[in-house]
Design a protein around this ligand. Structure first.
Ligand SMILES: Cc1cc2nc3c(=O)[nH]c(=O)nc-3n(C[C@H](O)[C@H](O)[C@H](O)COP(=O)(O)O)c2cc1C
Length: 169
């Protein structure tokens, strides 16, 4: 059984062409986040979409000028609406919930032929101010979307043998 092509073919774009991704794809990407799983199905999230050029420029500045943020036609900020909920294992649920939603968005984007990158290198306070995110909430990740300007580099990963243990660590 082959691997999902979206998993095989997704990679983190480092710069985009000016071609827009289209409303239908954007809708499907956001719906992928909506349909992703969350702890106790609490869905404590909000996704803020930036498409206007001046706002995207300022977000790129908040992301320390990263080229892929500067050139992306669409930037989605994946935010939590609850920073307190802990799961029975004692861990906060929102970083995991939001990370899963980001993965779903990137895979749906790939399915639609659109490239993406998760971006966490940013000044969170600046991003909050730009997108009017309440200061008590957190911006977990930005997701840039568009058509990559460059070729995909070779994928570098550890082997399964290096990262998997059966029945013990
Ligand atoms: C949590 C997280 C944060 C990341 N932050 C950034 C970032 O700020 N800027 C960036 O260019 N790439 C970022 N990336 C992309 C990773 O660098 C990339 O996934 C990794 O190098 C593997 O490459 P690939 O996605 O092309 O397979 C991030 C990825 C993850 C999962």
């Amino acid at each position: 059984m082959p691997m999902l092509p979206e998993i095989e073919e997704r990679w983190s774009a480092q710069g985009y062409t000016s071609k827009d991704i289209g409303k239908d794809t954007l809708h499907r990407v956001l719906d992928a986040a909506r349909q992703s799983p969350s702890a106790k199905n609490r869905q404590e999230w909000r996704f803020v979409v930036a498409t206007k050029a001046d706002l995207r420029r300022k977000l790129a500045d908040a992301a320390f000028g990263q080229e892929q943020v500067a050139s992306a036609p669409v930037i989605i900020a994946a935010c939590t609406t609850n920073i307190d909920y802990r799961m029975p294992n004692g861990q906060l649920s929102y970083p995991i919930d939001l990370a899963v939603s980001v993965a779903f968005m990137m895979l749906q984007a790939r399915h639609d032929g659109v490239d993406s990158c998760a971006v966490t290198t940013f000044n969170e306070l600046d991003v909050k101010d730009l997108l009017s995110v309440p200061h008590a909430m957190r911006v977990v990740s930005l997701v840039t979307l568009g058509y990559a300007a460059d070729e995909r580099p070779p994928r570098e990963r550890k082997s399964l043998q290096d990262i998997v243990g059966y029945e013990h660590w």
